[in-house]
Ligand binder design. Structure first.
Ligand code: TSJ
Length: 643
């Protein structure tokens, strides 16, 4: 079999494979994306000729019949005979899959491998494809249908002057792209504008001749990625006139970055690898951020731009308000996925890092005003960040429990003058009920506590702060708590809502237990209350004695008093009522004996009392259970801890 025959078989098999499974060869498959990818591929080839330095203009024309024409003014696709194949090079290029690489003259040819579409794939998926090449004064022509040569390469004319070039016109195959109506003008305009920025100087002419009023637009951006970045930022917010361009080559990777800083707060960073957008950046972005932050910090330090005491800006602070375009070009791009959202090549990170370090340092040295502006913006961002953090912390770690609302079970007094106001902290709901009925509501508030309160000596802080009874007390007293170890935890004595805080518990073992727990709580978390003498213990009577037919009871507060009273009234008939709990007194009795400022006996708590209580509590609450039970039983008849 001759080479010629073997090659032809290879060509036909290749074309058949592409037409059978287009999605394997075209990113975007046979949908709208794949359809545009055909045109993109042809344009990229022309752009490559520009990037290689042999052309400066690309023309893209959408024709009335639905075909597209792409022209460049480069060298013209080679038309010379290939000895081995016995065919002109141009025919090989359009018929052999992945033949592009063979003719690559520049390291970062975008076609082949990158898009997964070669010009041969476009050819195979086109109803027809015409190529005209102008080379050395001669105009060549070749035509394909569905990838197969139908008009072999021929000379069709001549031209004057040195303007060589390539012109490709193709008609996407409707039998493959069944549902697609045509190219999207806006999509093409957007891509061509982007290419104009990314190439930085290639003149791209766009024509849409499909409508009665043809569209013609020229994209030409000499400013490259710097102009790109500048175009993204609004003029009024720019912190300096000209966008910066950081450009260099390292390890055969071309790094081209444009940036401008604005007074805004967002950050816009676009990433391109071989002119393909990478939504998630990748290694070049990482390399950029590393050196960008380092260079700016170095400059700030060396030139004392950041004031003493100001926070050091982070990388994110330096990026506040930035508009930046990062474009790298490299030989063998590796992407995370088919969608190419992220570039993975590690060498692109080190190349970007080294170019940015070297070139940005130079730029800052040469533009001290801009350097200062960028750093001051970051310093502001850092200060704002720090202030925001502190504000957040204040909210989060506000005086614990301070913001609680007044508890629902608090029966508050009418007076808003703390020096005239009292609060009774009452053991149990039933005693609370009597106290609420018996009180003088103008200046007396009642807060009933349900059962035993938490032992703050043993519980963890978090649990203490969550405890409903404790929260209720803190909220009612209204001055926060201290001693939590938290930075913003304070007890503010000026905020106390009552200058008499009165603990009122039953005259029994449980009552004394609860009282001890409360005292410990106040001592640990509201110590100034104790120091100021605001804390009291109510003294409810133990007995009520009725002599003869008297209507009123004589109240007795301890055993001594009872003996004395009975001795003094020897010979009289009497009845003794023992009050086991506050709940056994009716509201009037409670008022008269324990709450009426004219008749009640209050014991003011002092530090010594509490310290005693601490020891007592140590024993009461300690883990050794037997001595505790003993203590409670021994002292039960006293009905109090001797405070
Ligand atoms: F995609 C394509 F093949 F259809 C296509 C290629 C489409 C368009 C509009 C332009 C091109 C193209 C290719 N423009 N310029 C070139 N250049 C070459 O192919 C070329 C020229 C000279 C040499 C050389 O070594 O002399 C090598 C090459 C690859």
């Amino acid at each position: 079999m001759s080479n010629y025959t073997a090659d032809n078989i290879q060509v036909l098999e290749g074309l058949e494979a592409v037409r059978k499974r287009p999605a394997m060869y075209v990113q975007g498959g046979t949908g709208i994306d794949g359809y545009h990818q055909l045109l993109t591929e042809i344009i990229d080839n022309a752009i490559d000729e520009c990037l290689a330095g042999f052309a400066n203009t690309v023309e893209v024309i959408l024709n009335k019949d639905g075909s597209a024409t792409v022209t460049d003014n480069g060298r013209g696709i080679p038309v010379d005979m290939m000895k081995k194949e016995g065919k002109p090079a141009i025919e090989i290029i359009f018929t052999i899959l992945h033949a592009g690489g063979k003719f690559d003259s520049n390291a970062y040819k975008v076609s082949g491998g990158l898009h997964g579409v070669g010009s041969s794939v476009v050819n195979a998926l086109s109803t027809w494809l015409d190529v005209e090449v102008k080379r050395d004064g001669i105009i060549y022509h070749i035509r394909f249908e569905r990838g197969v040569v139908v008009s072999p390469l021929s000379q069709i004319g001549s031209y004057e002057g040195s303007e060589n070039g390539t012109k490709v016109t193709f008609m996407p195959d409707q039998t493959i792209f069944k549902e697609i109506r045509g190219f999207d003008t806006n999509r093409m305009r957007r891509r061509l504008k982007e290419l104009a920025y990314l190439t930085g100087g290639v003149k791209i002419v766009f024509e849409d001749n499909r409508h009665s009023e043809p569209v013609r637009e020229v994209f030409h951006e000499e400013g490259g990625v710097a102009a790109f970045a500048a175009s993204l930022a609004s003029d009024g917010k720019k912190l300096y006139e000209e966008a910066l361009r950081v450009y260099g080559t390292s390890d055969e990777i071309e790094v081209d970055i444009g940036m401008i800083h604005t007074s805004g707060y967002g950050q816009t960073v676009l990433n391109y690898a071989n002119m393909i957008t990478n939504r998630d950046g990748g290694t070049p972005l990482t390399g950029f951020k590393t050196s960008y932050t380092r260079v700016l910090n170095n400059y700030a330090k060396k030139n004392n731009v950041i004031k003493k005491g100001d926070p050091i800006p982070t990388g994110e602070d330096f990026l506040e308000g930035i508009f930046c375009v990062i474009s790298v070009k490299l030989g063998d791009p590796q992407f995370e996925s088919q969608a190419k959202v992220k570039l993975l090549n590690p060498e692109a990170q080190s190349a970007t890092q080294s170019v940015v370090y070297e070139k940005l340092t130079e730029i800052l040295e040469e533009n001290p005003k801009i350097a200062k502006t960028i750093i001051e913006k970051a310093a502001n961002a850092a200060r704002a960040r720090e202030a925001a953090r502190k504000a957040r912390e204040l909210v989060r770690r506000a005086n614990p429990l301070e913001n609680d609302e007044l508890p629902g079970k608090l029966a508050d007094c009418q007076s808003e003058d703390p020096s005239l106001s009292e609060i009774y902290i009452v053991e149990g709901d039933s005693a609370g009920g009597s106290a609420k009925q018996g009180r003088e509501r103008r200046f007396q508030a009642i807060l009933p506590l349900r059962g035993k309160i938490l032992n703050v000596e043993k519980a963890q802080l978090g649990k203490i702060l969550k405890n409903a009874e404790i929260r209720a007390m803190v909220a009612a007293i209204g001055a926060g708590i201290e001693g939590t170890g938290e930075e913003n935890s304070h007890f503010n004595i000026e905020d106390v809502r009552y200058h008499r805080i009165i603990i009122m518990t039953d005259a029994d073992v449980d009552g004394s237990h609860i009282r001890a727990l409360l005292l410990t709580f106040f001592y640990r978390y509201m110590r100034p209350l104790v120091d100021a003498g605001y804390l009291y213990i109510a003294q409810p009577p133990l007995y009520g004695v009725r002599f003869g037919r008297e209507k009123t009871l004589t109240y007795v507060y301890n055993e001594e008093n009872l003996k004395e009273l009975l001795r003094d009234n020897r010979g009289r008939k009497y009845e003794i009522q023992r009050f086991k709990g506050l709940g056994e007194m009716n509201p009037e009795q409670l008022w008269e004996t324990t709450m009426n400022p004219e008749t009640r006996v209050l014991k003011r708590v002092n530090i010594a009392d509490v310290l005693d209580t601490n020891e007592t509590l140590e024993m009461l609450m300690g883990s050794e259970v037997p001595p505790r039970r003993e203590f409670i039983e021994d002292n039960a008849h006293l009905a109090q801890l001797d405070l």
